[in-house]
Design a protein around this ligand. Structure first.
Ligand SMILES: Cc1cc2nc3c(=O)[nH]c(=O)nc-3n(C[C@H](O)[C@H](O)[C@H](O)COP(=O)(O)OP(=O)(O)OC[C@H]3O[C@@H](n4cnc5c(N)ncnc54)[C@H](O)[C@@H]3O)c2cc1C
Length: 810
């Protein structure tokens, strides 16, 4: 053990070992791993160690694919067997809905270039003779599933890392972490003190405790999980190869081969947390006592689906603990506000994701960029609210219990709610709002006016709320609609250095005083970091508007780049709020509340001003996401109800109404406007999505400039387009794309959708999609798979509504 390392990884489970390996592989060799006990001594040793590449998040699916491909390589490099069994895996459907869902999933995986196959009950039976095919509709087969040996795989990473120069220090607990003024960390360990520039918390079951060592509460909690190992099953005795792993989605169980027996694991609907603060420091390589009573309902379904298991005994029960986050994805990356403190924890699928987490973190630490869009794993996707104990329990319980349950695109789940409500929540509810949630904030999805009894049906097709959304769209196009903008983030940037800082932060030119601009913010490599709007309220005072759920993520980026002096950054997201109001009559509604002239000549498109509105000061900006004449009006949050009442008092008679997210989606798609997380993400460049028209290429210096200049010379192979989608021949169209559906030309994959909706005003099913550039040049007839069925589609040369943007500017 040396007294100094560049990086110390705390924790020798599958994740910590992979992080260590990847650091050395990417060139940092002055690194060490410190393990409290032995390698694998946390969750890792008792894992069933199954792996799969499939995941709803395509970025995570791609990274899981990387993890699986890596196994062969680390086995070769380390000389240590990982015990690879590439059995293939099949997910079962026992209901029509699930079968339809699997068909849609197969199409989605095709967009990720992952070849999965729909298989019949007979084929499933041939793949795994333990399955009783009664009631089966079919299954989705993926050849890239299987299991490894947990111990061998962890050691393979560790041995390979050691060969590349890393040190592994066992039986040595890290007791404390103290940060020096230079940002490095002193690790107080059982065997003495070490200084490291960077520390990685890969402490698995202890991650929460290792977070607390630096004053951080991580949203991660252990839960218990059971599987059983059977004696040899006679039916398998004559089988020449292992059976295919099976996930019975409706049965809440999974089945894996093990020798001539089987492993049967359960995701029970009544899950249990374990040691919420993290395992005790002296917790050994112990198992929890089996709690068979609690998992009996799911076991019964499992034994009915795999009846041959009942003929043999149970060799052993494994009830162990592993960690969960509110959405089941790991926590990876630099912890906001803690310099040189990184996390790689909260991982519930270490054998599908461990390699990917190591790769991501190593690239991030060494090159300053994770290398992929990993927002779904980024520790900064959560704010402090997510670590609150009751919230965390509620969310993780819901996630665990629903692990195999169908989720519908229009489904709003109940856990952890309500956490935050805007000050106009009750007014919206009284008008029939049905809420979703964004970063803990209740957000209107649609309004069912005067219909207390209305319950939306859960579906992958158009729901019974379709016409309510249509009414909101039509009201906006003919009169005005107003959207509670509580789920926009607002930041004020001020001070003598504000202009210079923002000029470098944003790729666009900065607006003049009293003006607004759409301002793409880029990462160092030239990919998107945000689609902000910037309003200049005074020479040295600006407002940035972004997405509410990106506050921690953007906050980390801002803080990392903020100069020590001269710039003040305030997050006003919760202290200010307001409405985005748009529609041809919106000027008539807002004008009477103001002392200033809103006529086009006096307050043209993309103007902004601080104004008095009623009894409150307000920030007014003229822009809209719907393509209509529109205003964003912000007031201190306690004044939002009064603003709401004043707008409604003037507007209701003119046809003003509240609108929700779904109407906004329909309206923006009619205008071909992209938004963050669907069209705009960390893996997209301005040239791909059209935001390059807002980039000031001639500015001398801004973050990401080299990347966008390179892209200008060598354009990306795919670009964003709008698609109009028609019903397949002989079918009525009752569904719209929702994202990640394949776009094909003569059966060949040429792109994928990012979002879709029915354009209620233009009466057309629409989608935005990234499509091969050569296809766009001379657009041929295409198809889009919607709910697993191919529909004819064509590329629209201009937005479906008001292509010249006259209504917005009028
Ligand atoms: C019953 C069961 C079955 C499972 N089956 C699967 C499966 O089939 N497939 C799959 O992918 N996943 C499975 N998992 C989940 C899998 O086990 C975890 O995803 C994985 O082990 C997490 O690894 P980790 O490295 O993050 O954490 P851990 O394995 O918990 O490792 C953390 C390490 O950090 C060390 N440590 C903590 N604090 C300190 C400190 N202060 N100083 C020094 N060292 C410290 C600990 O001793 C420990 O070794 C299963 C889990 C259970 C419980």
């Amino acid at each position: 053990m040396k007294s100094h390392y560049r990086v110390v990884v705390i924790g020798g489970g599958i994740v910590g070992s992979s992080v260590l390996y990847h650091l050395t592989r990417h060139g940092w060799n002055d690194v060490a791993l410190i393990e409290r006990a032995e390698l694998t001594a946390g969750s890792t040793w008792h894992a069933a160690a199954g792996f799969h590449a499939l995941n709803d998040d395509p970025n995570i699916a791609a990274l899981q694919g990387y993890t699986i491909r890596l196994y062969e390589e680390i086995e070769r490099e380390s000389g240590q067997s990982v015990g690879m069994h590439m059995t293939g895996g099949v997910s079962l459907a026992t209901s029509d809905e699930r079968w339809q869902m699997l068909k849609a999933e197969r199409a989605m995986y095709e967009t990720m270039e992952m070849q999965t196959t729909l298989v019949s009950p007979e084929e499933i039976r041939a793949m795994c003779p333990l399955v009783d095919p009664i009631g089966l509709k079919g299954g989705l087969f993926d050849a890239h599933e299987g299991y490894v040996d947990a111990h061998g795989t962890t050691h393979a990473f560790a041995i390979a890392a050691r060969k590349r120069g890393a040190e592994i220090i066992l039986r040595n607990r890290v007791l404390e972490l103290q940060q020096r003024a230079d940002g490095s960390w002193d690790l107080i360990t059982e065997k003495g003190n070490i200084n490291a520039l960077h520390v990685v918390n890969a402490a698995g079951l202890w991650a929460r405790r290792v977070g607390r060592m630096v004053g951080v509460e991580l949203p991660v909690v252990p839960m218990s999980h059971h599987y059983l190992v059977t004696d040899d099953v006679p039916l398998l005795a004559s089988l020449e190869r292992e059976f295919v792993s099976v996930t019975d989605l409706e049965g809440f169980t999974y089945l894996q081969p093990l020798g001539k027996g089987a492993v049967l694991g359960v995701y029970e609907r009544n899950p249990q947390h374990w040691s919420p603060d993290g395992a005790a420091w002296d917790y050994g390589m112990d198992l929890l006592p089996p709690d068979v009573e609690r998992i009996l309902p799911e076991l019964e379904i499992g034994y009915a689906r795999f009846p041959a298991l009942a003929e043999v005994g149970i060799k052993r029960w494994v009830n162990g603990a592993f960690t969960f986050t509110p959405d089941g994805n790991p926590l990876v990356g630099p912890v906001p506000g803690k310099r040189n403190y990184w996390v790689a924890c909260g991982c519930m699928g270490g054998f599908s994701q461990g390699g990917a987490i190591g790769l991501t973190l190593a690239q991030w630490m060494i090159h300053g960029d994770p290398g992929h869009d990993i927002f779904g794993m980024d520790v900064a996707r959560y704010g402090a609210f997510a670590a609150q104990e009751n919230y965390l329990r509620d969310m993780t319980r819901q996630f665990y219990a629903r692990r195999f349950v169908i989720s519908y695109p229009n489904e709003e789940l109940p856990a952890g709610r309500p956490l935050k409500t805007s000050t106009v929540h009750d007014r919206l509810a009284a008008d029939g709002a049905r809420f979703g949630v964004s970063w803990g904030m209740e957000t209107p999805q649609f309004f069912a006016p005067q219909r207390d009894d209305f319950i939306e049906n859960l579906t992958v097709r158009r729901s019974n709320a379709h016409e309510f959304v249509g009414d909101e769209v039509r009201a906006t196009r003919t009169a005005a609609g107003m959207f509670d903008a509580s789920t926009y983030a607002r930041y004020e940037v001020s001070g003598p250095g504000a202009e210079a800082w923002l000029d470098r932060l944003l790729s666009s030119r900065l607006p003049a005083e009293g003006r607004v601009r759409l301002a793409p913010m880029l990462g160092h490599g030239g990919k998107l970091m945000g689609d902000l709007t910037v309003s200049r309220l005074a020479a040295d005072r600006f407002w940035l508007i972004g997405s509410y759920y990106l506050q921690e993520w953007h906050g980390r980026w801002f803080r990392d780049l903020l100069p020590k002096n001269g710039v003040t950054l305030k997050n006003l997201s919760d202290s200010w709020s307001g409405f985005a109001l748009s529609g041809p009559l919106s000027r008539d509604i807002v004008q009477p509340l103001l002392g200033r002239d809103l006529a086009n000549a006096a307050f043209p498109f993309l103007s902004c001003a601080e104004v008095d509105l009623g009894f409150s000061k307000a920030v007014l900006a003229r822009l809209s996401l719907t393509g209509e004449l529109g205003y964003e009006i912000y007031v201190p949050a306690p004044a939002q109800p009064a603003l709401c009442d004043a707008l409604m008092q003037h507007g209701r008679g003119l046809g003003l109404r509240h609108i929700g997210n779904r109407a906004l989606d329909s309206l923006r798609l009619e205008k071909s406007f992209g938004i963050w997380s669907t069209e705009f993400t960390q893996s997209i460049t301005p040239g791909m999505c059209g935001l390059d028209r807002h980039v000031a290429f001639d500015k001398a210096d801004f973050i990401g400039r080299d990347g966008v200049l390179r892209e200008r010379d060598a354009p990306s192979s795919r670009v964003l387009v709008t698609l109009a989608i028609d019903a397949a021949p002989g079918k009525t169209q009752d569904a719209d794309p929702s994202g990640f559906e394949p776009v094909k030309l003569d059966g060949r994959l040429v792109g994928y959708t990012t979002s879709g909706a029915y354009g209620h005003w233009v009466r057309q099913s629409l989608a935005l999609a990234y499509v091969d550039r050569e296809v766009v040049a001379d657009p041929p007839p295409l198809t889009v798979d919607v709910v697993g069925e191919a529909h004819p589609a064509c590329i629209l040369e201009r937005p479906a509504w008001d292509a010249r943007g006259e209504r917005m500017r009028g």
